[in-house]
Design a protein around this ligand. Structure first.
Ligand SMILES: [Zn+2]
Length: 243
C-alpha cells in the first residue's frame, strides 16, 4: 500500500526523523556508542541520580538567571556517550501536533562520575538552558529551519552564540573550568571538534573581559559570532584577513 503525502507533510516527517535521531544537537555519530572511559562505568542508579542532580541545579539556575523559563515545560533525561555530556532538544511529537513546545534536557551520568567541577556543571547547564530559551522563542517553522541548518560553521555559530548567553549571565568562570575538564575527558579528535564548535577557555576569558569593558561590542558578537580567537582582537583580525 502506498501512502501519498503532500510535499509539506514529507518535509515535516523527514525533519521529525532527523530530530528524533538527535542529529541536530549531537552531530557526532559516536554519541550513542558504549562508554569508553576507563574511569566511568554507569549503572541504573547513576542515571536516576544524575537526572535528579541536573533537575535541581537547573531549578536554581532558572530562578537566578533565566526568568523566561520559569513555569515552562522542561523534561530531564539521561543518555550514554563517550564524547557528549549534555544535550537539549525540543519534543518533536508535540511540535508535529502543535500542542506547544516541550524541551528535553539530557545528561550523561559520566559528567558526575568523572567529577566535573560543580561550578562547571552549573555553567554548562546555563548553556543548555540558553538553548531551551532560544527554542521557546522560536515559532514552529523557525524550529523546523534549525533542523536542516546545523552543520559546519552554522553549528559552530549556533553553539558559540549559546555560549555567549551563558557568559553574559555570569557563567564565564564556570564555563572555563568545564571546558578544561572536558578536554581532559574526551579523545584528542573530540577536543579538536569541541574547540571548533564551542568557545575555548582562552576565548571565554577574552569575551568576559570584553563584556565588562565594552558591553556594546560584546552584544555585537550575537550578530557576528567569533569563530576563533583572532576574531576577538581587531589586530588579529586584520592579520587573519591577509592570509
Ligand atoms: Zn549547546
Amino acid at each position: 500500500m502506498t501512502i501519498r503525502r503532500s510535499p509539506a507533510e514529507r518535509a515535516l516527517l523527514s525533519a521529525a526523523v532527523l530530530a528524533l535521531s538527535g542529529s541536530i544537537f549531537i552531530p557526532d555519530s559516536a554519541a550513542a556508542a558504549p562508554l569508553a572511559f576507563g574511569a566511568c562505568r554507569v549503572v541504573a542508579e547513576d542515571h536516576s541520580a544524575a537526572v535528579a542532580r541536573v533537575s535541581k541545579i537547573s531549578a536554581r539556575v532558572i530562578e537566578s538567571n533565566f526568568p523566561k523559563l520559569v513555569g515552562r515545560s522542561i523534561e530531564f533525561r539521561s543518555f550514554e556517550s563517550n564524547s557528549t555530556f549534555f544535550k537539549t532538544r525540543f519534543s518533536v511529537s508535540r511540535y508535529l501536533t502543535f500542542r506547544g513546545t516541550r524541551i528535553l534536557l539530557s545528561v550523561n551520568p559520566c559528567v558526575f562520575k568523572l567529577e566535573a567541577p560543580p561550578d562547571g556543571v552549573e555553567a554548562i547547564i546555563a548553556h543548555e538552558l540558553a538553548h531551551a530559551e532560544n527554542y521557546f522563542e522560536r515559532n514552529a517553522f523557525e524550529r523546523l529551519g534549525l533542523i536542516r541548518l546545523l552543520d559546519g560553521d552554522s553549528l559552530a555559530r549556533f553553539e558559540r552564540r549559546t555560549d555567549l548567553v551563558a557568559i553574559e549571565r555570569g557563567y564565564a568562570p564556570g564555563l572555563i573550568k568545564y571546558r578544561y575538564w572536558l578536554y581532559e575527558n574526551v579523545t584528542s579528535k573530540q577536543v579538536e571538534k569541541k574547540r571548533r564548535n564551542y568557545f575555548s577557555p582562552e576565548e571565554i576569558a577574552a569575551l568576559d573581559a570584553i563584556m565588562r569593558s565594552d558591553p556594546e561590542r560584546f552584544r555585537g558578537f550575537y550578530r557576528g559570532v567569533p569563530l576563533g580567537i583572532c576574531d576577538l582582537f581587531p589586530a588579529g583580525k586584520a592579520q587573519r584577513s591577509k592570509e
